[in-house]
Design a protein. Sequence first.
Length: 136
Amino acid sequence: MAKQLFINMPVRDLAKSTEFYTAIGAAKNPQFSDDATSVHVISETIFVMLMTHQKWAGFTKKPAADAHRTSEVMLAISCDDRQTVDTMANTAAPAGGKADVNPVQDYGFMYNRSFEDPDGHIWEAVFMDMSQAPQG
């Protein structure tokens, strides 16, 4: 069985974050969502669990980072092609996030763009054509 990845993140406005993740293509799973949690399916093996800060506090004693001010992680998601990278990044701003928070990277075989969600969590949409990757 393939490993699954569950990404848990605190958010200030659950409704706004739910709209954002739905807009960039992550399907909401109502079975595991409630007034304090919104679970989104990115793929068969990747899930994002958005939690209110109050709910987050039940998981860890550490305070939630303000990702608008400090870096915590940068999450990279593979895409099927360059167009999907562009669509995901271009959807971020109108959905309440920010597109291209880091410079666009285009190495021919690899293309990526970064974006922030409404809480400042950084994502990278990445396309790689390994048949074109440098050898060695």
